[in-house]
Design a protein around this ligand. Structure first.
Ligand SMILES: Cc1cc2nc3c(=O)[nH]c(=O)nc-3n(C[C@H](O)[C@H](O)[C@H](O)COP(=O)(O)OP(=O)(O)OC[C@H]3O[C@@H](n4cnc5c(N)ncnc54)[C@H](O)[C@@H]3O)c2cc1C
Length: 374
């Protein structure tokens, strides 16, 4: 039977990046059910990098990821992984305190974050409605992520380290024989000392297959769609615009506007599809705030953002099952936290200390550990 040191289940951004990091020291295989990597959440994101987004651990992971994303190893990609975009939080009447708090908290984390008045908000995105906007918060160093270049970069670099990637390869059974994992696939069985559950929305399904207690992962559907920007608008230079109450966002995307109602509808793990109602809700909210005609939707999609209760990603060995490693709960931050999570997972799989670039930013073994659900 073929035998690997580590079998990573899932070729989304979490599995691909962790497999790459682990392949520096180990013989690694990635097993992916779909016919191409990134088919699920990793192919459906809004591709934004914001260091003020998420809880303190997530922010620490994002800040720790920036250096790699700006200057990946040579040969990793032909395209820059990050491109300037900026984020602008906006609020309407009654939301002034929310804006003030976001400006203060954001600036404490990222010094370039600052409050802007309504006139400046409108100067940056003239399509916003004068009678709706009361002010905003600018995060000028937020970036667009080339998610495709990132995923293919990790997979290419993994192969260069001798790692293998198998697509059309569903994991159907996991059994520990006392020494190693036997992994049942559609066309046979392989063995590995360690199994890494990086199956996105399916991580608890993989845990159940192995006999682990659930970590309480909840996949939540998020909808996105593309529309034309208003005629004559120079929308390519707009920042990503996010309502301070997170009721919608829109951002330029290759000549169109990517719009979302920022929905978080709990869902079983599945091939998520957009609902007409969610698109209509987003269109209504966006048109209340901006003069953006949403007559025709060019393309729509939905994906699952999977969270555990504290909304912090999970990386570490199961407290009860030998050699079963969780890499789950990347939520809405899976790309922007990626290099840091890959380095963390690689250290933890070898039971090494977390790198200083993580601990210096407040990321601890305990915060990521699946033992917190025991
Ligand atoms: C609309 C939307 C907007 C988003 N915006 C952003 C953003 O702006 N910035 C950001 O950083 N993040 C964003 N995210 C979140 C980000 O996309 C996710 O956190 C990330 O893609 C999760 O990656 P993953 O590898 O864990 O999951 P996935 O990409 O879903 O990969 C898991 C893989 O595991 C495979 N798998 C599962 N079970 C098995 C099995 N039994 N056998 C073999 N393979 C299996 C699946 O087929 C799948 O390919 C967004 C997500 C959505 C949906």
């Amino acid at each position: 039977m073929e035998h690997y040191d580590i079998a990573v289940i899932g070729a989304g951004i979490a599995g691909a990046s962790a497999a790459w990091a682990m392949a520096e020291r180990h013989r690694v295989v990635v097993l992916e059910r779909e016919s191409h990597p990134g088919y699920h959440s990793s192919g459906r994101s809004a591709a934004l990098f914001s260091e003020t987004y998420g809880n303190a651990v997530v922010r620490g992971l994002s800040v720790a990821s920036r250096d790699f994303l700006i200057a990946p190893p040579s040969g990793f990609t032909e395209h820059a992984l990050l491109a300037p975009r900026g984020v602008m939080l906006i609020g309407t009447h009654g939301e002034e305190p929310l804006l003030a708090r976001a400006a203060a908290e954001g600036a404490a984390l990222v010094p370039s974050v600052h409050a802007i008045d309504a006139a400046e908000v409108l100067r940056r995105v003239p399509a916003l409605r004068r009678d709706w906007v009361v002010g905003g918060v600018a995060e000028p160093d937020a970036m667009d992520i080339d998610t495709h270049a990132m995923l293919t970069g990790f997979l290419r670099a993994l192969r260069a380290r001798g790692g293998a990637v198998r697509t059309d390869c569903e994991v159907r059974g996991l059994a520990h024989d006392g020494g190693r994992w036997r992994i049942a696939l559609g066309d046979g069985e392989i063995a590995a000392d360690v199994v890494v559950a990086a199956g996105g929305a399916w991580c608890d399904t993989l845990g159940a297959m192995a006999g682990a207690a659930p970590i309480g992962l909840v996949p939540k559907r998020r909808t996105a769609f593309l529309v034309d920007p208003p005629a004559g608008a120079d929308s390519a230079v707009w920042p990503a615009v996010i309502a301070i109450d997170e009721s919608f966002y829109f951002k330029p995307d290759a000549g169109k506007l990517l719009c979302s109602p920022a929905d978080e509808t709990p869902s079983p793990p599945c091939d998520a599809q957009p609902e007409e109602l969610d698109i209509a809700i987003a269109a209504d909210r966006i048109q209340q705030a901006a003069e953006i005609p949403i007559a025709r939707v060019a393309r729509s999609w939905a994906g699952l953002r999977s969270f555990v209760a504290d909304k912090t990603p999970v990386a570490g060995y199961d407290p009860r099952l030998p050699g079963f490693f969780w890499l789950a709960g990347q939520g809405g931050y899976g790309f922007q936290t990626t290099p840091a999570m890959a380095f963390a997972a690689s250290a933890l799989v070898d039971r090494r200390d977390l790198p200083a670039m993580l601990t210096d930013r407040g990321v601890s073994v305990a915060a990521l550990s699946p033992a917190r659900f025991a």
